[in-house]
Design a protein around this ligand. Structure first.
Ligand code: ZN
Length: 132
């Protein structure tokens, strides 16, 4: 498993996208709204991995709640897996708390599952598998 991407919660993509374009010296290659998650996302390539910026699309978005509580910053770390269902089963058997029981559709053509931060030292972990 490699780190597929790091998710960063931001207040406004229109400010943070140009900022990260300057920082990483690479253009944002994709923006996508994931309505079901209440987020608008923007992606950047950084070598083998990516940076995903996340902006809330509504007050009830998990990103809005995150920013209200902790401010902008690193929101989650996403690991790439070959077989998300097998990995979910393995981690669940080990006592990790899955936030969704079945893989759900994420941004960037992925199937995803999140692990509750309380079972992972306060870090929200995302498993993601490329949709075939
Ligand atoms: Zn993510």
């Amino acid at each position: 498993m490699k780190i597929e991407h790091i998710g960063i919660a931001v207040k406004e993509l229109c400010i943070s996208v140009p900022l990260f374009e300057q920082l990483l010296n690479t253009p944002c290659y994709k923006t996508e709204v994931v309505a079901a998650e209440g987020v608008s996302t923007a992606f950047f390539h950084t070598g083998e991995s990516k940076i995903e910026l996340l902006e809330a699309t509504s007050e009830s978005s998990p990103i809005a709640k995150f920013i209200a509580k902790k401010g902008e910053g690193i929101h989650h770390i996403a690991f790439e897996v070959e077989n998300i269902e097998a990995e979910m089963e393995r981690l669940s058997a080990l006592g990790f708390e899955l936030l969704n029981a079945v893989p759900k559709k994420g941004a960037d053509n992925k199937l995803v599952c999140f692990l509750h931060p309380k079972s992972t030292n306060g870090v929200l972990i995302e498993l993601c598998q490329e949709k075939k």
